[in-house]
Ligand binder design. Structure first.
Ligand code: SAH
Ligand code: SF4
Ligand code: F3S
Length: 559
């Protein structure tokens, strides 16, 4: 190992991964010590490009210099670096255990990581204790999400059967916590942010040689468009396809723009190709994914589609002027729903500002575009919405809901809410409860507010709602949505619904579970030998706030 240090260390000050690789100088090899570059010795010019503490608000407002494009391919071990022995990058059958926390984007990112690792010759293992490498895909959205990861890192340290086990932290927490993850050197060896997964084999090689390695550089154009995700669970005949990354919205409470970087979209053709492949493999439901999925805007080729995603007279405001040019979400939905007519499409997570009515018309027109829209409201109170920087008022939001329901009367709406944001009064909270009763969502995710470092709220506001008040408001919001969802589901009793079967119900092997078009989980007895991937026409016979019960009638087709 020591023999290789000279090569590994030389990489640091040469070109490909300059200052964000952290090396310790513990190597005693004489050639190494002269070439060790520590973080604080990095040239001023590279520091200017990527600040030590990551992106700040200014990076989202000012037009900043574009960084050089990353090569949009996974380099083969042979091409990967001029200074590393290609053998160092190869997995050579080393085993990796993958652990995923956080949102669906993380699940999808882990599939990309699997693909990269597999192409380098690493093998997956379920055994975390004996794995050569453990990779944790992490989330930073709330304090609790990070605490879970710290707990797992400590557990790993205790349970690992191998002293040489390499532990890598990937994803949003890697991007946010950065060097603090490495400073506890006993727990973590590799830190890789969301845009640096192509660099993982090299980071692991550096770690194997006894040094810690970090790459948290965010990119303006990395979408992993060319990486075929290695999907682990296709039994349900459902799949997720990532179409864009990053977020430009800067809601004041949210850490995502800092951990995931600027918005960028994957070329439309690469998505249509992936959808076609999944269709051919028998997948029957595809969920298009992105941090702001409906802000999709493919600028990879010149187009005549010059329409802004949000009209200039739109009542929805953002920190940016409406973006012009590129192929929009509506065009993408049109293409994918046409190319795979027997596949149901859903998408998450959208922002209310990017729901032009032509998009809703398209959803109405196509049978395979599910009539289920996630419309995160976050709050029903204007002052709170303003402090959150959401860019709309309660009234604007409600008008959008009305417009959508005029076109799609049967639409099923879902939402996200935050309980106890900075400065939220009891009256403000009550207005959110009222909004939930007014809109009548079929499902809501409700989160107690968790203050995150770096965010605008952290700089400007006080986290002044006591925890027990947050918890009580959280419960009240949950109860409000559940009571409406219960009514919505009971109203469906007697109706006929097409359910896409996803698998056997957890409760009984004689029952199947699937989803109606609106997205609600539906259970019914398997009296017809139905399989995952079948569309079954059912009659709804029961329902509560979370599930529907049905009896099957016959197998059917969508188109
Ligand atoms: N881009 C998506 C949201 C991604 S984060 C959107 O705008 O809908 C998912 C949800 O986490 C958010 O909608 C919000 O409700 C919640 N969230 C984000 N930051 C939070 C924080 N600091 N505390 C509590 N909940 C938060
Ligand atoms: Fe966070 Fe707002 Fe972006 Fe959603 S839109 S990821 S809540 S900043
Ligand atoms: Fe968490 Fe990052 Fe997703 S903070 S919610 S893993 S985008």
């Amino acid at each position: 190992m020591i023999k290789r240090c000279a090569d590994l260390l030389r990489v640091v000050n040469v070109r490909t991964i300059p200052h964000y690789l952290v090396y310790d100088s513990s190597c005693s090899h004489s050639t190494c010590s002269s070439t060790v570059v520590k973080e604080n010795e990095v040239s001023a010019s590279s520091r200017k490009r990527i600040p030590d503490d990551g992106l700040t608000l200014q990076h989202f407002i000012k037009k900043s210099e574009r960084r050089p494009r990353q090569k949009n391919v996974i380099p083969t071990p042979e091409e990967s670096d001029d200074y590393l022995d290609p053998e160092d990058l190869k997995g050579n059958g080393r085993t990796v255990n993958y652990v995923t926390y956080g949102c669906q984007m993380n699940v999808n990112d882990m599939e990309i990581v699997r693909s990269i690792m597999t192409s380098y010759g690493f093998n997956e293992t379920d055994n975390r204790k004996t794995a050569d490498v453990v990779l944790l895909m992490t989330c930073s959205i709330r304090e609790g999400a990070e605490q879970k990861v710290w707990a797992e890192l400590k557990r790993l340290k205790k349970t690992s059967a191998r002293r040489s086990q390499v532990v890598g932290v990937l994803g949003c927490m890697a991007e946010r916590v950065r060097h603090d993850l490495l400073s506890n050197r006993n727990l973590v060896n590799v830190v890789a942010g969301p845009d640096s997964y192509r660099d993982l084999p090299r980071l692991l090689a550096v770690a194997r040689a006894g040094s810690d390695a970090i790459n948290v550089q965010l990119s303006y154009d990395e979408t992993y468009a060319d990486v075929s995700p290695v999907r682990v669970d296709l039994d349900s005949r459902t799949a997720f396809v990532s179409i864009m990354r990053g977020c430009d919205n800067m809601c004041t409470y949210c850490v995502v723009p800092y951990t995931r970087g600027r918005e960028r979209s994957r070329p439309l053709e690469s998505i249509v190709d992936e959808v076609s492949r999944l269709r051919d493999e028998g997948v029957r439901q595809i969920t298009l994914l992105g941090q702001n999925v409906n802000s999709y805007r493919d600028t990879s080729i010149q187009t005549v589609e010059n329409l802004p995603s949000t009209a200039s007279d739109s009542p929805f405001k953002t920190v940016y002027k409406p973006k012009i040019g590129g192929r929009r979400f509506e065009t993408l939905l049109d293409k994918v729903s046409e190319v795979a007519p027997e596949v149901r499409f859903r998408f998450t997570s959208p922002h209310p500002k990017d729901f032009p009515l032509e998009l809703i018309e398209l959803i109405k027109e196509r049978k395979n575009l599910c009539k289920q829209l996630h419309m995160p409201a976050q709050s029903g109170d204007d002052e709170t919405l303003d402090r959150m920087g959401r860019g709309y008022t309660r009234d604007t939001y409600l008008r959008l809901v009305d417009d959508i329901r005029n076109i799609l009367p049967e639409v099923s709406l879902t939402s996200d809410f935050i309980a106890g944001f900075c400065g939220e009064t009891e009256e403000a909270h009550q207005r959110t409860v009222d909004l939930i009763h007014d809109v009548k969502y079929s499902f809501c995710y409700v989160f107690p507010y968790s203050m995150r470092g770096k965010t605008k709220a952290h700089h400007r506001f006080e986290d002044d709602v006591p925890q027990q008040v947050k918890d009580r408001r959280h419960l009240e919001l949950m109860n409000a949505f559940r009571s409406e969802a219960d009514k919505i589901n009971r109203n469906l009793i007697g109706s006929e619904q097409v359910v896409l079967v996803e698998g056997v119900s957890k409760r009984s092997e004689h029952e199947l579970k699937g989803r109606v078009d609106g997205g609600t989980i539906t259970i019914f007895p398997n009296t017809g030998g139905f399989q995952p991937g079948d569309y079954v026409l059912t009659k709804i016979v029961g329902g509560n706030s979370q599930t529907l019960r049905a009896v099957p009638m016959q197998k059917t087709l969508l188109s």
